[in-house]
Design a protein. Structure first.
Length: 277
């Protein structure tokens, strides 16, 4: 009887792993198709209205290049085995983010949905340096320009919570937000209409432009904040844990098409932020 139960458990785990793997591959395909459709709609609308500039053309060219690279570099799928169990655990995953889990008599099959590894500081425009496996970023310039740091994650579905600790902050504010991952890193992002977020929690940035607001500072050294990216509801939130203050912003995907990536800007030399695991 034990042997038959073991065989049944193995068959169930294997079938569930196949099903979840199929769902993972389909999700990746759907995300790419959605991005292509969004860009196609924008191109068609601009052509029909004869409403575009050289800046738009350069932006669309960069988005097409990014999409091509995504298609040519499919996500890495890892299949791991936990040999400590009597009947080993099979895990099919694409690195952490949101995930789906099924349990079978203490044996778990897990598929984790994300096309990129856990969040790290990635591309940097300006003078800033990373440390501790790109989990810490430090500004090393005075007020000449704000260093802009893009995150490594790409977010196109589900809800994602990213926790940060402010290890040091000077007199200037820090920007937390997102932009479209179809946009490349820019030396000057003044014309990047896909940037959305907040300087501190007081000044909102929509479509790349800062709205009027006060200069009150809420975030200080030692504080923790959480940036929540809700792709399904097209919304981002920034929560300041010490004051329990929270701000939210709806995103128009015409200006900021999915997938999204994080954007952080540091305001003064020595400013330092850590991504919390």
């Amino acid at each position: 009887q034990w042997e038959q139960d073991a065989v049944n458990t193995i068959q169930t785990i294997a079938e569930t792993a196949r099903t979840l793997l199929r769902e993972l591959l389909n999700q990746t395909k759907n995300e790419i198709e959605k991005s292509i459709k969004n860009l196609t709609d924008v191109l068609q609308s601009s052509r029909e209205c004869d409403d575009y500039t050289e800046i738009n053309i350069k932006k669309w060219t960069g988005q097409l290049r990014t999409l091509r690279e995504t298609i040519e570099s499919p996500p890495t799928i890892l299949i791991t085995e936990n040999e400590k169990l009597v009947i080993p655990l099979i895990s099919v995953h694409n690195q952490p983010s949101t995930f789906a889990t099924e349990n079978f008599e203490n044996h778990t099959v897990t598929v984790e949905y994300s096309t990129h590894p856990s969040e790290r500081f990635d591309q940097i425009v300006g003078k800033a340096i990373t440390s501790e496996e790109c989990r810490v970023i430090t500004c090393n310039t005075w007020f000449v320009s704000y260093p802009t740091i893009y995150g490594s994650g790409r977010y196109s579905s589900g809800t994602h919570r990213l926790d940060y600790q402010i290890e040091k902050i000077g007199n200037s504010s820090i920007f937390f937000g997102i932009t479209s991952s179809l946009e490349g890193a820019r030396e000057n992002d003044e014309n990047d209409t896909s940037i959305h977020g907040w300087w501190d929690l007081a000044r909102t940035v929509v479509n790349g432009e800062a709205e009027k607001g006060d200069d009150q500072k809420f975030i200080t050294t030692g504080d923790e904040v959480t940036l929540t990216i809700d792709c399904d509801d097209r919304q981002i939130q920034l929560q300041h844990h010490q004051t329990r203050r929270q701000v939210e912003l709806n995103i128009d995907i015409e200006y900021c098409p999915l997938p999204w990536k994080t954007v952080i800007k540091l305001g003064s030399k020595g400013d330092c932020i850590r991504i919390l695991e």
